[in-house]
Design a protein. Structure first.
Length: 243
């Protein structure tokens, strides 16, 4: 990936941080974005000998995304690898869910993916090379009680991925989704222990995943050798969903 510039959202911690570090190890330069500026991740990447910039960004705001894209091109060059990882949850049972919690999850998880993909797709099409990898979730495929907003947003990311994969295939730009299962991150730490035990029982491999498990698959999809894979949803879930 030497010479490639990657733009990773939600890069300050968890899965996004792991993805950014793995791409850097493989030679990419990184533009790291998060609502809280991911300066620490950028410093770690620079220590690996790669260029990195960090930006505080709300991906649901189109103007902010466009301004960030202009800055990245100016400082690092044109983006050829996009990883849409930014996401949030606002869990609640449907009958108690507030409209603002529904709207915010859809704006960040789905509309944010639209904004970033739209702003970088043109340059990828002109270059006739690009990798777009959207982080969805197995919840977007199987649903989960108390997560109607999150499940809808992640299911939307899957549909978006397949539609855009068809649109961009003629220009040799691939678009895929990675669907993690239970990954140990700050977001999942709040799950009660009893629920974690039940979840573990539903995972055939008998363990929870790590950010590095997801990062490996993302890096594979971002490589030159993955040019014949597009429109796919690849689960990283320890066998939790096999249908």
């Amino acid at each position: 990936m030497t010479g490639r510039v990657a733009f990773v959202t939600g890069a300050s911690r968890g899965i996004g941080r792991s993805i950014a570090l793995e791409l850097a190890r493989r030679g990419a330069d990184l533009a790291l974005v998060a609502r809280g500026e991911p300066a620490q991740t950028a410093a770690e990447i620079r220590s690996l000998g790669r260029r990195a910039i960090s930006l505080s960004l709300d991906v649901s705001d189109r103007a902010q995304v466009e301004a960030a894209a202009a800055r990245v091109e100016s400082e690092l060059g044109k983006v050829s690898i996009l990883v849409n990882n930014a996401g949030l949850t606002r869990d609640q049972l449907l009958v108690r869910m507030k409209l603002e919690d529904w709207d915010e999850v859809l704006r960040v998880n789905l509309t944010g993916t639209f904004h970033t993909t739209r702003v970088f797709a043109r340059d990828m099409m002109r270059a006739r090379w690009g990798r777009i990898i959207n982080i969805t979730s197995v919840v977007g495929e199987i649903g989960n009680a108390g997560q109607a907003n999150y499940a809808a947003s992640k299911a939307g990311v899957i549909g978006f991925t397949r539609a855009v994969a068809r649109e961009l295939a003629g220009r040799q730009v691939t678009v895929n989704a990675v669907a993690p299962g239970y990954i140990e991150t700050a977001m999942t730490e709040a799950i009660p222990e009893a629920a974690k035990t039940a979840l573990l029982g539903a995972i055939p491999l008998g363990r929870f995943g790590s950010g590095e498990d997801v990062a490996y698959i993302v890096a594979c999809l971002a490589a030159d050798e993955a040019g014949y894979i597009t429109g796919q949803v690849i689960r990283v879930d320890g066998g939790m969903v096999m249908a």
